[in-house]
Design a protein around this ligand. Structure first.
Ligand code: COA
Length: 375
């Protein structure tokens, strides 16, 4: 006996603090000036390269990003600091990820119309965990009052879709009836805000989704027709901050490779074809043509990248609303991006409409989820 898994609720936690491109560039340029003044002699001698200024125009043109939400803007914008001032929580306090997760989870659980105690599986799927163990998911499980079991998953920007597949497969097989997939992404903690090539890329957010057997849904639902995950090793997006981390006494990594690094141009070139082929193969396997998809909820890293993928998949210029972007407001929020887009742009779906969530990123990794609306 197998069951059809369905998404019955979603929730988004958006931090209160916003950093506009203008604020970000002002602080970056002040940092660059400070650095250049401090290293004036070495720069003069040709031993050190002077830091160039960033610009709002470049950021919007290269990425489509206009602002980002963060858990702490003061630390990020302080030119003498350039990373968030987030307090390490004591062991008897909730972790920051759990606090973010609680808000998003409560919204998703309320939308599904269930009680948290009915949840039998919690997957915390995110790019960076606040600690190694105990799993953050287990803390979230306890905080919301869920039963069953919980575990953490990290597939970078594809964590949420890979988490969706894991939960959907367990529901399909009958090992759990209700699951919560939650994605607290504190990207501000692993972004190198002092690197002009990437300082504008990320923001913080948390998304949550409740999955149930379709037959148990109380209201409208999105049946998960199928999921498809793929990975292919690449060093073009990398963060070496593992358990061999070397850090300063204040806990901040002093090596550049301990923060997010990428070769953005290569990522762009290599990932666009990988993702469009992945989506076309996935839907073809289910006998669905691109023209039958009402919407693509794509990973939110870069506007031109999404425009390319949309054109390749649909074989034409996407119509407004066929491929909504949220990155202008949220920036890249790693695995949460496509789920924010899904959560914000799915209410207009009618019975039988089809849509596809697709994430992509470090690994490389691509995860797609084909959905059908049921009212
Ligand atoms: N302000 C002003 N100029 C900048 C700048 C900034 N903040 N950052 C870079 N530039 C300059 C560079 O110095 C370079 O100048 P040059 O041509 O004189 O050498 C020029 O702009 C182009 O830089 P480049 O890094 O090649 O830009 P890009 O157009 O490729 O855009 C990304 C950069 C990162 C936005 C883009 O490559 C991208 O989004 N790639 C995909 C990334 C992705 O999806 N990653 C997944 C992460 S999970």
């Amino acid at each position: 006996m197998t069951y059809t898994p369905a998404i019955t609720g979603t929730g988004v936690f958006t931090p209160e603090q916003v950093i506009t491109n203008a604020e970000l560039v002002e602080s970056f340029n002040a940092y660059a000036d400070l650095y250049n003044a401090e290293h004036a002699a070495e720069i003069e001698a040709g031993e050190v390269e002077a830091k160039a200024h960033s610009s709002e125009e470049f950021i919007v043109k290269a990425s489509g990003i206009e602002q980002r939400f963060v858990m702490d803007k003061t630390g990020v914008l302080d030119p003498a600091r350039m990373y968030p001032a987030l307090r390490q929580r004591a062991d008897d306090e909730p972790s920051i990820m759990t606090e973010m997760a609680m808000d998003a989870a409560k919204k998703a659980i309320a939308e599904a119309g269930i009680d948290a105690s009915e949840i039998e599986l919690v997957i915390c799927a995110a790019s960076n965990m606040e600690r190694a163990y105990p799993a953050v998911a287990v803390e979230i499980q306890q905080a919301i009052g869920a039963g069953g079991f919980a575990f953490d998953m990290n597939v970078a920007c594809s964590s949420a879709t890979f988490g969706l597949q894991a939960a959907a497969d367990m529901i399909r097989a009958g090992s759990v009836k209700k699951a919560l997939v939650v994605d607290p992404e504190i990207c501000s903690g692993h972004l190198e805000w002092r690197d002009r090539d990437c300082h504008f890329i990320f923001g913080d957010v948390c998304t949550a989704m409740v999955l149930e057997r379709a037959e148990d849904a109380k209201g409208a639902r999105f049946d998960i027709i199928s999921t498809r995950c793929a990975t292919q090793f690449s060093n073009n997006i990398r963060n070496n901050n593992g358990f061999l981390r070397r850090s300063r006494p204040d806990g901040v990594a002093d090596r550049r490779d301990m923060q997010f690094m990428q070769n953005g141009r290569k990522v762009f070139k290599e990932v666009v074809p990988m993702v469009s082929e992945h989506i076309l193969d996935h839907i073809a396997a289910d006998g669905v043509g691109p023209d039958q998809l009402k919407r693509l909820w794509l990973h939110q890293a870069n506007k031109s990248m999404n425009d390319f993928i949309g054109r390749k998949v649909l074989g034409r210029e996407p119509e407004p609303g066929e491929q909504p972007n949220i990155l202008q407001d949220y920036a890249n929020t790693s695995s949460a991006g496509s789920i924010i887009a899904f959560s914000k742009y799915s209410d207009d779906f009618a019975e039988g409409d089809l849509g596809l969530i697709c994430s992509f990123g470090a690994g490389y990794s691509v995860g797609s989820v084909l959905l059908r609306r049921h009212d």
